[in-house]
Design a protein around this ligand. Structure first.
Ligand code: HEM
Length: 475
């Protein structure tokens, strides 16, 4: 039986090639070595990437004792902590997953929807208030008349951070929210740096008198921890129960009737904050980057949003979000660590290797998606995607817990923004991909010029941004 083909260069060279051109390097490896190939990086060691749905199905439906996702996610440990659902396997993982899933069930979305809309509308108000001509803010040299320049990724981050803080912690306006927001932003700034990829490697975990990237990351993390532990203590003391995720977690009991410990709570809260905010913000930025360069799609989106009567169904908006997730999956690959030697498409793969459904490559296969580099939301209209060919949220028993929440949030944010403002990309060319932590993000963050939409005052119905409050999207 043959070994898995793949590049022979040293791990450090492969790592640097991936860092320099994340998508280009994956595409080159696939072209040269085929549908199953082996990469070796300094962070993850040997990984066998699988591209075809048949192989991906075997990974997602295989025995989780042989295919350990928690062990594969160790690189996230410094951020989310060792008791995070992301890092657990087996019975412990199932226990935590059962505790965490109910707050993200479809029927709870209506409650979160109100918060999501409020936050988005307020963000739009802020852009328009600060637009030149209103408060006399200076117009950047290339900005069209009456427009203001914003960087969408930064703006989407503000929205999704606010949403997750309110949904998870239930904190309203005020000092506590400000404290949490500031601490989280400080930490996420560190996580976005290329260094964070290496943070799990002991060789990088040196303080160097507080000057090293690790020291800065550690200080930012401790800041967030302090606020989270403080909030846990306060909520336990007060005992008041509310509708937010934290209340549900404080109340949750496992099958032995045991509540979560403070340390478990901290790790899960951090997981939800980190996993739930950055990913959604980045995906929204990609979505805008592609739709703003595609007048046909934009026109159809606007027609659907402006014309919806009760706004509980926006099928074209949902299809557009799925197509953006296909073309630009923020999480470009998911991984399982093999516990036993196995055979993958006729190749021998040793225990200890990572088996990696290569999400980004699968989404670009021409037989699965004709003209795969083209942006065509119609592919998903009225169709349920194959879970082994469309996997932006991973799959099997590890599929993203926040999937319904993220799809719902993207629908609310996208439709509210398109209903009210015109956005014009500053850069004529589509954004290139850059690594942000382990995610694929649009380089430059998608700068745009924003101005009020003429039609928005007259034609948009009052319920415009109450879009889709009732029907929860799924894949
Ligand atoms: C566009 C937004 C998002 C994307 C693309 C995304 C993607 C993913 C992916 C690829 C995984 C790994 C799945 C696997 O290994 O098979 C995952 C896991 C997870 N995600 Fe998300 N996610 C998003 C938003 C969210 C949100 C909003 C939350 C919560 C508020 C969340 C919470 C989680 C959790 C807790 C896990 C771990 C599940 C487990 O290990 O059992 N994610 N996500």
């Amino acid at each position: 039986m043959s070994r898995v083909p793949g590049p022979r260069s040293p791990a450090i060279v492969q790592t640097l090639l991936y860092l320099a051109r994340p998508e280009g390097y994956l595409a080159d490896c696939h072209r040269r070595h085929g549908d199953v190939f082996k990469l070796t990086t300094v962070v993850f060691g040997p990984e066998v990437c699988v591209v075809r749905p048949e192989e991906i199905k075997r990974v997602f439906t295989g025995d989780p004792d042989d295919l350990r996702a928690g062990e594969a996610n160790v690189a996230l440990g410094p951020l989310v902590g060792s008791r995070s659902v992301l890092l657990l396997d087996g019975a412990e993982h199932l226990r935590q997953r059962r505790l965490l899933t109910p707050p993200f069930h479809g029927e709870r979305m209506t409650a979160y929807g109100r918060v999501m809309r409020e936050i988005t509308e307020r963000a739009i108000d802020g852009w328009l208030r600060a637009a030149p001509g209103r408060e006399g803010a200076g117009r950047p040299p290339r900005a069209p008349r009456g427009a203001r320049r914003i960087v969408l990724h930064a703006e989407m981050q503000k929205i999704t951070l606010e949403v997750i803080l309110r949904a998870v912690f239930g904190v309203e306006e005020g000092e506590r929210l400000d404290e949490l927001r500031a601490a989280m932003l400080g930490l996420l700034e560190q996580v976005a740096k290329p260094f964070s990829m290496f943070a799990s490697l002991p060789a990088f975990q040196h303080d160097l008198l507080g000057l090293s990237p690790w020291a800065r990351f550690d200080a930012a993390r401790r800041c967030v921890d302090a606020v989270i532990y403080d909030e846990i203590a306060r909520r336990r003391r007060e005992g008041a129960r509310r509708e937010d995720v934290m209340s549900l977690l404080l109340d949750a009991r496992d099958e032995d009737g045991q509540p979560m410990t403070d340390a478990e709570l901290r790790d899960e809260l951090m997981t939800l904050l980190a996993a739930g905010h950055e990913t959604t913000a980045t995906e929204l930025s990609w979505t805008f980057d592609v739709i703003l360069r595609n007048p046909r799609v934009l026109h159809r989106l606007r027609a659907e949003i402006d014309g919806a009567v009760d706004r509980d169904r926006l099928p074209y908006v949902d299809a557009t979000i799925k197509e953006a997730l296909r073309l630009h999956p923020v999480v470009p690959a998911v991984a399982r660590r093999l516990k036993r030697d196995t055979v993958v498409a006729g190749h021998r793969v040793e225990a200890g290797t990572l088996l990696v459904p290569a999400v980004w490559l699968t989404h670009r296969q021409p037989d699965l998606y004709p003209d795969p580099d083209e942006f065509r939301p119609e592919r998903f209209l009225g169709k349920k995607p194959d879970p082994y060919a469309f996997l932006p949220f991973g799959g099997g028993i590890r599929r993203c817990i926040g999937m319904a929440f993220a799809l719902f949030e993207m629908r609310v944010v996208l439709s509210a923004i398109l209903a009210r403002v015109e956005l014009e990309p500053e850069d004529r060319r589509p954004a290139r991909t850059v690594l942000r932590g382990f995610t694929h993000a649009p380089r430059g963050g998608v700068p745009v010029f924003v101005r009020e939409r003429e039609v928005s005052r007259a034609a948009v119905r009052p319920a415009a941004s109450a879009a889709a409050a009732t029907q929860v999207p799924g894949v």
